[in-house]
Structures are given as C-alpha cells and as structure tokens.
Design a protein around this ligand. Structure first.
Ligand code: 9MR
Length: 355
C-alpha cells in the first residue's frame, strides 16, 4: 500500500466504516422489516448508535420510553416527551413504529404499585391508560404490544400467588381483574385506535411448551369471542445453547394461528454462565453466528410470507444490551460491537436475510 492509499484506509477506519465488500445494509436486503429497540438518550447523544439505527433498520421499538412508568408517572398525569422523541424519529425517517408495551407486570410507576381500589377502579386505570396513550399516538403507530408476559413458563397466568412473595413477578392486573384483563386490554386498544395492529408479546416460547400452549389457547379463545388480536411477539431472548428444536416448534405452532408473527426482542447471549472471565473467542462467535442465521432461516421457513411481521433486535450494540446490566457480567449478544461495527454474526444474519 502506498502512502496515499494507506492514509485513505486509515481515514475510512476513523470515519467508522468497516472495510468490507458488502455495501448494503440489513433493511436493504431483508424480505421483511428488521428492527431494533432504541433509547432516546443514546439516539440523541451517540453518533455511532444513531448511524447504525438509521442505516440498518426500518422498524423501531422503544426500549422503555413507551412503558407505563415512562408515560404515566402520576395517576392524573401523562408525560409523552421521551416517547415522542422515539416516535417522531421513526416517522421522520420513514421507519415503522411498533409500540411496546401497554400492559405489563413490570414497569409500573410507584403510584400504581401503591394503588388500592376495587376492580372497577383498576379496570378504569387500565382503560384510561390504554386509551389516552393510543389517542395520543393515533395514526403514528403501526402496531402495539398490548399485553406483555402474562403467563408463567408453566402455562399458568402470572399471579402474585403462584410465585410467592417475589414482587417482580406479580401482576396486579390479574390479581384485581382476573384473567380477562388481557381481553379487556385488547378491546380498549381497538376501540381507541382501530387501525393499529395489536400484539401479545412473551418470552421463552421456544423453551416452554406449556407457555406456548397457553398463548395459543388464548388466541383461539379470543378468536371465538371476537376479541381483536392481530399478532404474536416471540421475544427470543435466547443463547447459543438454546435448542434448535424448541425454536422450530414455537415457529410452527404460532404460524398455525394465522396471526402476524414478530420476533420482537432478539438477542443471543454467549455468556450462558455469567462468567466474568469469559473471553469472546472465535468458537463462541461461530456458534452465535450459526444461531443468528438459524433463527432467520427457520422464521422464513415456517412463517408464511404474509405473516412475517419482521425481526427486531433488543438494543443496538453490545455496549447497550440490557443483558450486560441485568446479569452484571460481560456478554456480546448483538449484531454490532461496542464501537458500533458489524460483527461476524452480523454477516451471518445479513446473508440469511438476503438468501
Ligand atoms: O431492556 C429493558 C430494560 O432497560 C428495562 O430496565 C426493563 C424494565 O423496564 O425492560 C427491559 O426490556 C424488557 C422488555 O420490555 C420486555 N421483555 C424483556 C426485556 C428485557 O428485560
């Protein structure tokens, strides 16, 4: 390399470009939407983050900015500032906006955790929250996760009782309103914005046959009763050890519902034992790449085209993954490294989208 060429090469690296033969981005080659969950602070303050989100993805989910605690901090007060930042960014950049999430056992503000009232007042809170949020975003959101994680892995409804005193695992909605809070939530959402697509979203469906069965039974029941539901979200927080058979079974089963299917929170952990000394070596990288490719291939194989709502990654790079904060140990679960450069698993993911 002569002097001129070598300084040009360094300039490329400095500008944050990976020197690679591949010029296209995920959104250019994918046969369905590819998304990521984003955080408005990083979007506004981190250029590398913003460049990846803008260039690679065409569907946006807000990681936390549209959750109950973000939007509804006091009983009679809504605050749409952070949510609006994400939604306005998506719309201004012609990206699909997927709302996450209206009803969940986590993400409750203090006032809701402390609220005491009869079932009519709980139902009123549910309705007011859903309808105020949907009215505010009317015409802007293509879809919403209406209810998130309503079942335990054993297929039972998530209740306070089933899981003893573990506060993070109770759901006040079930305890005050019974199982039909889910149907109510979908009905309230549909009344407020009949044009938005309504999803039920949950994790571990590839790993818990009982939970998968319960979700499908709920869909059948909703169809029989005429409760509006348009899609299922399979979160897919998986690892390099997740069994391929489980992924195939989950995809096959949810496809049969005829609903839209969203892989809604994909990440693939490599540090399965939360080992603080683990090194992200070539063999882990290869296993992870294989798994990313497998998820895309199986999604394309089992989910009919018209039901392919897309694949969304949960966060953007290894620097901002929730998993690292959650387990307080290193992990490398995403397609981009800490410097927002494409990883080996990016190439695997990209190639299987492009095929
Ligand atoms: O990634 C999210 C993290 O920043 C929040 O602290 C947490 C609680 O609100 O939620 C995380 O996102 C979760 C998502 O909303 C639902 N599925 C599981 C995700 C990871 O915990």
């Amino acid at each position: 390399m002569n002097c001129f060429k070598s300084s040009l090469f360094s300039l490329f690296l400095l500008a944050g470009f990976t020197v690679s033969a591949q010029e296209k981005t995920l959104q250019m080659v994918a046969p369905f939407k590819v998304g990521c969950a984003i955080n408005p602070f990083l979007l506004n303050n981190n250029k590398g983050y913003k460049a990846v989100v803008s260039n690679e993805f065409n569907s946006i989910t807000a990681e936390n900015a549209l959750k109950f605690y973000s939007l509804h901090p006091k009983r009679d007060e809504f605050n749409f500032a952070m949510g609006d930042t994400v939604v306005n960014y998506a719309l201004a950049n012609k990206k699909r906006m997927h709302g996450h999430c209206l009803v969940w056992h986590e993400s409750a503000p203090k006032w809701l955790n402390e609220f005491v009232g009869d079932s009519a007042s709980w139902d009123n809170i549910l309705k007011t929250h859903i309808q105020t949020v949907l009215q505010h975003y009317k015409g802007k959101m293509t879809s919403w996760d209406v209810v998130n994680e309503a079942f335990f892995d054993d297929g039972n409804f998530r209740t306070e009782k089933t899981n003893g005193t573990n506060k993070s695992n109770k759901t006040y909605w079930y305890n005050h309103l019974g199982a039909d809070y889910i149907a109510h939530a979908f009905q309230y959402a549909h009344e407020a914005d009949p044009s938005t697509l309504l999803f039920y979203n949950d994790y571990n469906q590839e790993n818990s046959p009982a939970k998968l069965k319960a979700i499908i039974a709920m869909v059948t029941d909703f169809k029989q009763r005429g409760i509006p539901i348009h899609g299922l979200g399979l979160q897919m927080h998986i690892s390099i050890n997740t069994k391929n058979e489980g992924i195939i079974t989950a995809l096959k089963e949810v496809a049969k519902t005829g609903l839209l299917i969203h892989i809604s929170e994909l990440d693939i952990s490599v540090n399965t034992h939360h080992d603080s000394t683990l090194v992200y070596n070539d063999s882990l990288k290869a296993l992870q790449s294989e798994k990313f490719a497998f998820v895309v291939e199986q999604y394309r194989k089992w989910i009919p085209k018209k039901q392919q709502y897309g694949i969304t990654c949960w966060n953007v790079s290894d620097a901002d993954s929730w998993l690292v904060k959650w387990h307080k140990s290193n992990d490398w679960p995403l397609l981009f490294d800490k410097n927002y450069q494409r990883k080996e698993c990016y190439t695997a993911f990209y190639n299987s989208l492009k095929k």
